[in-house]
Design a protein around this ligand. Structure first.
Ligand SMILES: Cc1ncc(COP(=O)(O)O)c(C=O)c1O
Length: 400
């Protein structure tokens, strides 16, 4: 089915049928994987013509991408509700590439205090050496608060909602209004909200995804995307990506395209399981607070309900203050089904002590207890709950 006939169909239909129009080779359902560096031209006329295609999505030389990249870019642009997308080699590259595209010496950048740690490191250990100043703001900031922080040289207002360790939900439309009124670009790490938050409908200019997470879905690829909603923004981002030599493995792009076919069913199952487990934890006396935006008592729930259509299966638990950090580590170690590991969005459950509190500069992030971040995979929720019960026994019986 041609892609333009799929465009207006339901989301699952688009995931099944998008990104493979005209790609049938020997009748196979899936598109072929195209790898390569050198592209051969039949004559000098076509070679010369190719050299004028500086930014286009065309086969010119390996680094410009191949159909495998372009199909994934079109799929992600569709899911994010933007017009065009640039694939890069990791989620972190999807963070750093647009920051480099929009910031230069003398500029100012506003980052939420809850931002993904390596994004913070990039500002504090790299951009600062190039004369770009970063200010960290309270993630819950409102329009007026944001307006007060924006300076004449503020070029980027960055958002990440919810924060991927501490789950503060941001008022993105209010932040975007304040930014746009003062000429700043709004960048958003929308990885948690993939499919559930439409960034461009909420005022975002550039949406960042770590496709490593739910798009890949199987914990075996590294990939990122930067999606824009205007040709000017796309040219800026793609131009920076090419100047920096950003490249993504076509093998990983192909796996992400395959992962996307089942994105909705995986996300729906994981969302449901995540809420089930989060609710169970919220009822436990050892737990002070569950940081899951879909739970009515959680911080940010009202904004989540207003702006999101669903939830990722990644959330935090804050333990009662009587439990030490070492006791929460004993909790994590006692779990048999939850792996101890970073990342998320795969089919398997994970648990890591929360580090998002540690590097704050705007006085935020104190939840009054040690915390752990949980990712809920595709296992039976009842088995995960039994596992967590085992962890809570280890927590209670731990002696420092
Ligand atoms: C919110 C968020 N953004 C970006 C990234 C970076 O993605 P990657 O691991 O693909 O570099 C991560 C990784 O954990 C993340 O959680």
């Amino acid at each position: 089915m041609a892609d333009d006939r799929v465009k207006n169909r339901g989301f699952r239909t688009r995931l099944s049928h998008g990104g493979r129009a005209g790609t049938h080779v020997h009748g196979f359902v899936n598109p072929p994987l195209l790898r390569g560096s050198t592209v051969l031209y039949p004559n000098m006329t076509e070679r010369r013509a190719s050299q004028t295609k500086r930014l286009e999505q065309e086969l010119v030389y390996g680094i410009m991408g191949s159909e495998t990249h372009f199909m994934l870019e079109d799929m992600i642009a569709g899911i994010e509700g933007g017009t065009r997308c640039q694939i890069v080699g990791s989620g972190l590259a999807a963070v750093t590439t647009p920051l480099l595209a929009y910031l230069k010496t003398g500029d100012h950048c506003l980052m939420p205090d809850s931002v993904y740690g390596p994004a913070r490191n990039f500002c504090d250990r790299f951009l600062c050496d190039y004369g770009v100043e970063t200010t960290y703001y309270r993630p819950e900031i409102d329009e007026r608060g944001m307006a007060e922080l924006i300076r004449p040289n503020t070029k980027v207002v960055y958002t990440e909602s919810p924060g991927s360790h501490t789950f503060e939900v941001q008022d993105v439309p209010a932040i975007a209004r304040a930014a746009h009124a003062r000429g700043a670009h709004v960048l958003m790490d929308n990885t948690w909200g993939l499919r559930f938050f439409q960034p461009f409908a909420h005022g975002v200019d550039v949406s960042i995804q770590a496709l490593t997470k739910y798009a890949g879905g199987h914990s075996d690829i590294m990939l990122g995307s930067v999606t824009t909603n205007s040709d000017a923004d796309w040219e800026k981002v793609r131009g920076a990506a090419l100047l920096l030599g950003q490249y993504a493995s076509p093998d990983d792009c192909w796996l992400a395209l395959r992962g996307l076919r089942t994105l909705a069913v995986r996300q729906d199952a994981q969302m449901q399981a995540g809420v089930t487990v989060a609710r169970w934890l919220a009822g436990r006396p050892e737990i002070k607070q569950v940081l899951h935006p879909a739970l009515p008592d959680a911080p940010g729930h009202v904004l989540w309900k207003r702006d999101f259509t669903g939830a990722a299966s990644l959330f935090g638990v804050v333990f009662q203050p009587e439990y030490s950090v070492a006791a929460t580590h004993a909790f994590v170690e006692a779990l048999e089904l939850f792996g101890i590991g970073a990342s998320w969005g795969g089919y398997e459950s994970l648990a890591v002590p929360t580090t998002g509190f540690l590097t704050r500069s705007a006085g935020t992030g104190d939840f009054g207890g040690a915390a752990v971040r949980l990712h809920i995979g595709l296992e039976e929720p009842a088995d995960l709950i039994a596992d967590l019960e085992r962890g809570l026994v280890a927590l209670r019986t731990h002696r420092d």
